[in-house]
Each structure stands twice: as structure tokens, then as C-alpha cells.
Design a protein around this ligand. Sequence first.
Ligand code: 4NP
Length: 142
Amino acid sequence: MVCLGNICRSPIAEGILTKYLPKSLFKVDSAGISSLHHGEKPDLRSIDITKKNKIDISSQKSRQFNVKDFENFDHIYVMDNTNLKDILSLSTNPKNYSKVKLLIKNKDVPDPYYGGIKEFKDCYDLIDKACVKIANKLLKND
Ligand code: 4NP
């Protein structure tokens, strides 16, 4: 799960998808395009909205996406079209390109960083809906 700062959207996505997939079969992680918030916990508003949904993401730490992630993961979901462009610019290998997908087809998950509680709730709801679909797809192995 990838966003810009790895403190708002992708930590929520990591927390939700982790809940929907069996730990014995899947490794779920998140990262940021930037290293701006390296080592920081998720934004408190992301921690709060996920906590309201009984998911604890408070021990996550922001890290920057690394080109090795292309090898280490089978699927790379990005939150918006800018993330998509930025990730694709890190590789020239078509095999890597095929792993990168928008979390929601043809749609951005808006960055809630400069928003308020409502933006974080909307963000959570969008990501949750997308993760239900992704988990079902991955569990069916297609
Ligand atoms: P995220 O949100 O990409 O969902 O983690 C952001 C967090 C921080 C900044 C931008 C977006 N920032 O500019 O610091």
C-alpha cells in the first residue's frame, strides 16, 4: 500500500487489508513515495479513525518505498494517480509495472492531510470498500 507520506492513507490501507487477509498466507505492508515522515507513527487522525473501527495501526512506522519492494511484493496498490506516476518512474522493468495498480480503479483516494475528521472518515470508507474487493480477489487467487 503506497501513498505520498505513508502517514495518512497507506497506513489505514495496511491496517484494513491486514485485517481481511490470513496472516499465515499474506504479508501486507505500506510505504511512502517520500521520506518526509520517515520513522514517524501514522497521523493521529488516521490512528483515531481506524481505532473507531477496531483496528490498531499505532505501532506502524513510516518508511520510503524502495525499489526492492518491486521484488518483495506481488501487488503494489497506490492511492492516487500522482503516486502511480511516481512509482512507475522508479523502474523500467515491465514486470514491475504490471504489479502496480490504483487502489480504486480510475479513481484517486483524496489526500486527507490538509482536511479534517470528515476527510479522514471519507478516506477510511473508500479504502475499506476497496480492500474488501481486493481481499476477495486475492483469496480467490485471481
Ligand atoms: P499521505 O498524506 O500521503 O496519505 O500519507 C500526506 C502526508 C503528509 C504530507 C502529504 C500527504 N506532507 O506533505 O507532509
